[in-house]
Every structure is written in C-alpha cells, then in structure tokens.
Design a protein around this ligand. Structure first.
Ligand code: HEC
Ligand code: HEC
Length: 172
C-alpha cells in the first residue's frame, strides 16, 4: 500500500511539473476535478466532460483525441446512450462512425483521423437519428459547448449531446 502511494505521489508530482509550464491549461485540467470514485482512468471515465482539455495534445491524457464526447439518452437526466453511433463527416466527405460505450463515451485519436473542419455530426440509435444543424468549426471536444450534464452549463452553452428531446422522440 505504501509503495502504491509513493508511486501515485510520484506520478502527480511529475504531472504537476509537466503542467506547470502552462498555468491556464493546468487550471482547466484541475477544474475538472479528480476521477470519480470507482471509475478507472480509461474509456468510461469522465463522461460529460470536455475530453480534449486533457486529451488535446498538452496532456495529461493520452492519446490525443481528434473528436471525443459523451452521448446521453435524453435531453434531461444522466442515462448514457449505450451502443449509439456518432457519425462525423468532415469538409472533404471523409466520415467516421464512432460507437458510444457503456458510459456513453466516444472518441477517435488523431493517429486514426485528422478531420478537415468544418464537421457535420449526427447521432443514431436504432431507427432514431438526431442531427446537429450547424457545423462544428475547429473544436472536436463536444462538451466544450454541450455542457448540460456537468452542472457547468451557462446561457452560452447547449445541453449535453442527447438522442431524445424532452417531449420524447427525436425531432424529424
Ligand atoms: C482531467 C483530464 C482528463 C479528462 C477530462 C479526460 N481524460 Fe481520458 N485520460 C486522462 C488520463 C490522465 C489518462 C491516462 C493516460 C495514460 O495512461 O497515459 C486517460 C486515459 C483515457 C483513455 C485510455 C487511453 C489508452 O489508450 O490507454 C481513454 C479511452 C480516455 N481517457 C477517454 C476519455 C474520454 C472519452 C474523455 C471525455 C469523456 C476523457 N477521457 C476525459 C485524463 C483525462
Ligand atoms: C461550438 C459548439 C459546439 C460543438 C463543439 C458541438 N456542438 Fe453540437 N450543437 C451545438 C449547438 C449550438 C446546437 C444546437 C443548434 C444546432 O443543432 O445546430 C447543437 C446541436 C447538436 C445536436 C442536435 C441537438 C438538437 O436538439 O437538435 C447534436 C446531436 C449535436 N449537437 C452533437 C454534437 C456532437 C456529437 C459534437 C462533438 C462531435 C458536437 N455536437 C459539438 C454546438 C456545438
């Protein structure tokens, strides 16, 4: 146990040292808080958070995501959209379909795709589809705008990425 603590302490010292060169980035990362209890760092962690704050190339997350976020079943409530598909089309017509995992998370690394902005996105599950009408210009981190499920939503932001609107059923 002691050894584990020593390792963890060592890791956080290294992380702090790495991040200290950019206080703004460092603050943005620490504002997101620690890992949730019982959730391992990995595919299902930090649902609803703006993934690219940490996976945007400046650490501490790796790999770097080109696009990442979390899908929810409904406009309100915290149920993840499990087994949904987020389809992203870039301005050259290049397209990727990302599955949502048991936390609703989806992601693709910059090693696998370097999309050319602007991007078009739609979310699908079964025979339901909901599409973002506007295009995304240069920001692959969905929750930079879609902060609805993190308690950080302000008038400038939109609800989390969801399949069903409040009145049930996705809009046509
Ligand atoms: C506060 C920082 C932070 C945020 C926000 C964050 N991550 Fe991470 N993530 C990490 C760190 C640190 C690791 C471990 C990196 C390592 O092992 O080198 C990690 C690892 C991962 C891994 C495992 C990668 C691998 O190949 O080992 C996945 C998948 C992942 N994160 C997905 C996400 C998704 C999806 C989101 C957004 C919903 C997200 N993360 C948000 C910090 C973060
Ligand atoms: C720059 C801010 C921004 C980013 C980044 C962003 N969105 Fe959006 N999104 C919006 C806004 C604003 C709307 C509502 C207007 C519209 O549909 O264009 C929206 C609407 C949507 C909708 C339709 C919701 C509805 O009520 O009709 C979906 C689905 C969606 N976004 C998915 C995503 C996904 C997935 C990502 C990440 C790949 C993403 N968005 C990134 C701003 C953003």
């Amino acid at each position: 146990m002691k050894a584990l603590f020593a390792i963890l302490l060592g890791m956080s010292v290294v992380a702090a040292a790495t991040l200290s060169c950019d206080p703004v980035h460092s603050d943005a990362v620490s504002d997101l808080g620690p890992e949730a209890n019982g959730v391992r760092t990995g595919p299902t962690h930090r649902p609803g958070q703006p993934c690219l704050v940490c996976h945007g190339g400046s650490g501490p997350g790796s790999p770097q995501w080109a696009v990442a976020g979390t899908g929810y079943l409904d406009e309100v409530g915290d149920s993840p959209l499990v087994g949904g598909t987020v389809t992203i089309t870039d301005s050259t017509g290049s397209e990727r379909a990302l599955g949502t995992n048991e936390a609703g998370n989806f992601y693709i690394s910059t090693d696998d795709w370097q999309p050319v902005y602007p991007l078009h996105v739609k979310l699908q599950s079964g025979d339901q589809t909901i599409q973002m009408t506007s295009r995304i210009n240069g920001d692959g981190s969905c929750a930079d705008c879609h902060l609805g499920h993190t308690g950080q939503a302000t008038s400038n932001q939109v609800p989390a990425v969801y399949l069903n609107s409040v009145d049930g059923g996705a809009p046509p």
